[in-house]
Design a protein around this ligand. Structure first.
Ligand code: FAD
Length: 407
C-alpha cells in the first residue's frame, strides 16, 4: 500500500471518510469508537446536515423531512469538514476538498469512499426534460415543478423498481388532481411474490396510477414519452427512476470501477487497484453470495460500512489480516411503501430475491415507517455503543416464515 506511512501525531492512522450518508457516518462513528485512540477520523461531506435518501420522494412532494446536523451525529471523536472532495490521489494519500472555506488539502493514510450514488444519466434522448429523486438537489428541483402542475396535468414516472414504485405512489397520493402513469420495461410488481405483486397493482390502481409495463421508453420530450413500437404517452412532468450510478470521483481518480462507477473491492472492501482505498455502501462493488454485487441499499450500506471500520481498526491495532472475516451479508426482507397508507414487507432469500411470505397490511406500513425514520437513529446508537450494528450472514439467514398475508 503506497499511502501507508502514517504521519499523524503519535503514529495514529489518518482515515478520511468521503461522504456522510448512511455508510460514511456509520463507518466513521464505529471506527472512532472502537479504535482506542489509534485512528484520527475525518469526514468530508458537501453539506453540514444528514440527507435521508430513503425519504427523497417525500421531499419531492413537499413533506418536511428531518435533516439532523452531522457534527452532532458524528460526535466529538470525529473531525467534520464541510465540502466536496474534488480531487483524490490515492497513491499520494491526498484529497482536495472544496467547501465554504475554499480549497484545502487533506492528507490520509487510508480513505473510505462512501460517496453513495445518484440517479443514472437518462440513457435515451431528451434526458434534459426528465426530473429525478435520487439525490437531494434533484428532489429539490422536482418539488416546485410538481407543486406548480395544473389540475389534470399528465405525469409519468419511468422505472418500476423500488424507487419508481415509491415515487409514483407518493406523487399520486399527494396530487389526486393530476394523471399519474408508471412506465416500466419489466412487469409492474413482478419482483414480488405473486400475491404481494397483486397488492402492489391494487394499491397503485386505488391511487389512480395507470401502469404500463413491459414497455421501453425510447425518448423523453417536454410534453410526452416516445415508446418503443411507436406509441406515445403524454407527460408534462417526467420523473426518471431507471437506476442508480456512483458519482465519477473514483473513476476520475484512476481507481478500478464497474460499469456503474462503483469501486471494485475484495472481501475486505479494499479497492482491487488501490488497497489504501476502501469502498462502502452504494459507492462500492463487493461481490455478494450470488456473484453479483450487493444491491445499492441501506441494507448493504450500514453493514459494509461497519465492516470497513472493523478492517481499519484491525489494521490500526495490529491485529493482522485475519482479524476480520471477509464481508458477508444475507438479505432477509425488503420493505416498500406505496404512499402513506399502503406498503409491502416482502421476505427475500439471502441473495435479495423475493421468496415466501409478505406482509401487506398495517404491519407493513408500520415497518416502513420505522425503517425510514429509524435507520438514521441506528447511527446514533452505533456512536453511543460502538459495535452495536450487526447483520445477518448469508449462510446463517434463518429461513423460518412469519404470519402469511400474501405470497
Ligand atoms: C427515494 C429513495 C428511496 C429509497 N428507498 C430505499 C429503501 O426503502 N431501502 C433501501 O435499502 N434503500 C433505499 N434507497 C437507497 C438508499 O437510499 C441508498 O442505497 C443509501 O442511501 C446508500 O447509502 P450511502 O451512504 O452509500 O450513500 P448516500 O446516502 O447517497 O450518501 C453519500 C454521501 O456522500 C456525499 N458525497 C458524494 N460525493 C462526494 C464528494 N465528492 N465529496 C464529499 N461527499 C460526497 C453525498 O453528498 C452524500 O451525503 C432509496 C433511495 C432513494 C433515492
Amino acid at each position: 500500500m503506497s499511502a501507508s506511512q502514517s504521519t499523524a501525531p503519535q503514529g495514529r492512522m489518518r482515515v478520511l471518510v468521503i461522504g456522510a450518508g448512511f455508510a460514511g457516518t456509520t463507518a466513521a462513528v464505529r471506527l472512532a469508537g472502537r479504535s482506542r485512540g489509534r485512528v484520527d477520523v475525518t469526514v468530508v461531506n458537501p453539506r453540514p446536515t444528514f440527507v435521508n435518501r430513503l425519504r427523497l420522494h417525500h421531499v419531492a412532494v413537499g413533506q418536511r423531512v428531518a435533516a439532523p446536523g452531522l457534527r452532532d451525529m458524528l460526535g466529538a471523536g470525529v473531525t467534520f469538514v464541510e465540502g466536496a472532495v474534488t480531487e483524490l490521489d490515492p497513491d499520494a494519500g491526498r484529497a482536495v476538498v472544496s467547501g465554504p472555506d475554499g480549497r484545502r488539502d487533506v492528507p490520509f493514510d487510508r480513505v473510505v469512499l462512501a460517496t453513495g450514488s445518484i440517479t443514472e444519466p437518462v440513457p435515451v434522448p431528451g434526458g434534459e426534460h426528465a426530473h429525478a429523486v435520487g439525490d437531494l438537489a434533484s428532489a429539490h428541483r422536482l418539488r416546485p415543478a410538481f407543486a406548480a402542475l395544473r389540475e389534470g396535468a399528465e405525469v409519468a414516472v419511468v422505472g418500476g423498481g423500488f424507487t419508481g414504485l415509491e415515487t409514483v405512489a407518493e406523487l399520486a397520493e399527494t396530487r389526486p388532481d393530476v394523471r399519474v402513469r408508471l412506465v416500466t420495461a419489466g412487469e409492474v410488481g413482478g419482483w414480488f411474490s405473486p400475491r404481494a405483486g397483486e397488492h402492489v397493482l391494487d394499491s397503485l390502481a386505488q391511487l389512480g396510477v395507470q401502469t404500463i409495463g413491459r414497455t421501453r421508453v425510447r425518448a423523453v420530450e417536454a410534453d410526452r414519452l416516445l415508446l418503443d413500437g411507436g406509441d406515445e404517452v403524454p407527460s408534462e412532468l417526467t420523473v426518471w427512476c431507471g437506476g442508480f450510478a456512483a458519482p465519477p470521483l473514483a473513476r476520475e481518480s484512476g481507481i478500478a470501477v464497474d460499469d456503474r462507477g462503483a469501486v471494485l473491492t475484495d472481501g475486505a472492501l479494499r479497492s482491487v487497484s488501490h488497497p489504501a482505498v476502501l469502498a462502502v455502501g452504494d459507492a462500492g462493488h463487493v461481490p455478494g453470495p450470488g456473484g453479483d454485487r450487493y444491491s445499492m441499499s441501506c441494507q448493504a450500506a450500514l453493514p459494509s460500512a461497519a465492516q470497513a471500520a472493523d478492517v481499519l481498526r484491525a489494521e490500526a491495532l495490529g491485529l493482522g489480516p485475519d482479524g476480520v472475516a471477509a464481508f458477508d451479508l444475507g438479505f432477509v426482507a425488503r420493505c416498500v411503501s406505496l404512499g402513506s397508507r399502503r406498503a409491502v414487507l416482502q421476505r427475500t432469500d439471502r441473495n435479495d430475491v423475493a421468496r415466501g411470505w409478505a406482509w401487506t397490511g398495517r404491519a407493513a406500513v408500520a415497518a416502513k415507517w420505522v425503517q425510514t425514520r429509524g435507520v438514521p437513529s441506528s447511527i446514533g446508537v452505533e456512536r453511543r455503543l460502538p459495535g452495536a450494528i450487526r447483520w445477518p450472514h448469508s449462510e446463517r439467514v434463518a429461513l423460518r416464515g412469519a404470519p402469511s398475508t400474501a405470497g
